[in-house]
Write a protein that binds this ligand. Structure first.
Ligand code: ZN
Length: 381
């Protein structure tokens, strides 16, 4: 069963909602499931459909503070309206909604299950599209994230003696995960994201490289607004790939927020699905046991298209450029009219491209000078 690939999912996801006006739409999970199904990506021989198990409350205590977890549980039982701003709970960003705690336990349980699947060698790769809540802190919800599933699951791998590389490609910096492993060399965190200069969560600069034993084990490449596929490909090839080869992790965990795509309403990067497929192919080619997680993405059809393309690569299937007819009708009813599964190529305006290239050169030069030597990676001179 070495090459088995696990799809972690639950139809219970649909029971929850952040609220009508909140940009995070849980429906994107069901849309991804449906698109994968219509593309025939869920019925291959190597695909293992695994029901997403909820995490246990004590699993959360590996990272989260007990009083915060208690508040999550208590607030979740009412009809909403509870708030504790110290915990980041109950504002417009991180609303308190009925079943919030169950929602958080499910997402986290899915990621724990995905990591256990590869740790126990039941599967070679696993995808939890309901995971990737990279902004959650030990005692504070942030950026729509209540429980940091990646941190909790990676901790389990570390406890079992594994070295983990965490690569975060969401449009926002993976601050919560970086922070959790800032002092250790057992987890290498790498984040490519839209620059935090004037953008949430305002962190993720190249000088953030870890601390103490962890110095050199956090890597950040901020991309300026309007960076396109050409910029992303260079950042990935020049920073992510050499670090992964030098670090030689036992397991790869990736956060694949789809808010990097050009038409996302909350971000300003200009990537297409071409970048998503490029990154996924590179991850596959490392040959490492690979746990993929979801993340951001505020255009529902973009999310479904991006994650379906990732899943196709994880399972070694080829897919057409166009959406299957049934899903296309549904997408059309939701305002997506191009009919395409894969985006057409897109290049940023030349002025924006030059700005992005200049900025990238500066950041890569800094990392080559300061971070790469700690991993014995020769500079290009
Ligand atoms: Zn994001």
């Amino acid at each position: 069963m070495d090459e088995c690939v696990a799809w972690i999912y639950s139809h219970r996801f649909n029971a929850f909602s952040f609220g009508q006006d909140h940009p995070f739409k849980i429906q994107r999970l069901a849309l991804t499931f449906q698109l994968c199904q219509e593309l025939g990506l869920l019925d291959g021989k190597s695909v293992d459909l695994v029901e997403c198990p909820p995490a246990r409350e004590e699993d959360l205590l590996v990272f989260h503070r007990r009083d915060y977890v208690q508040a999550l549980r208590e607030f979740s039982q009412g009809e909403g309206g509870r708030a504790n701003f110290m915990f980041g709970l109950g504002d417009v960003e991180n609303p308190v909604f009925p079943g919030l705690f169950e929602w958080a336990l499910l997402g986290c349980g899915g990621t724990l299950e995905a990591v256990r699947q590869v740790l126990d060698q039941r599967c070679r790769r696993a995808f939890n599209i309901a995971g990737g809540w990279h902004h959650a802190h030990a005692a504070r919800a942030s950026g729509f994230s209540y429980v940091n599933d990646a941190v909790i699951a990676i901790e389990e791998a570390v406890r079992k003696g594994r070295r983990v590389a965490y690569v975060d490609l969401d449009a926002h910096h993976g601050d919560g995960v970086q922070e959790a492993f800032y002092d250790t060399d057992r987890v290498l965190t790498i984040s490519l994201h839209e620059t935090g200069k004037d953008f949430f969560p305002h962190t993720g600069f190249p000088r953030e490289m870890g601390r103490g034993q962890g110095y050199g084990y956090a890597a950040n490449v901020p991309l300026v607004a309007h960076s396109d596929d050409l910029i992303f490909e260079q950042a990935f090839r020049r920073v992510v790939l050499p670090l992964l080869s030098a670090y030689r992790p036992d397991i790869l965990v990736t956060q694949l927020g789809m808010d990097v795509l050009r038409t996302d309403p909350l971000t300003r990067l200009e990537l297409t699905t071409g970048s998503v497929e490029y990154a996924a192919r590179c991850f596959l080619h490392t040959g490492l046991p690979w746990v993929a997680l979801g993340g951001g993405g505020y255009d529902k059809i973009n999310v479904a298209r991006g994650w379906s393309l990732v899943w196709a690569i994880m399972t070694g299937c080829s897919v057409p450029d166009l959406l299957p007819p049934g899903f296309n009708r549904l997408a059309s009813s939701l305002g997506y009219h191009s009919g395409r599964l894969r985006d057409l190529p897109h290049l940023a305006h030349p002025d924006d491209f030059c700005r992005a290239q200049d900025s990238l050169e500066r950041h890569v030069a800094f990392l080559e000078r300061r971070l790469f030597p700690l991993h014995g990676i020769p500079s290009r001179g």
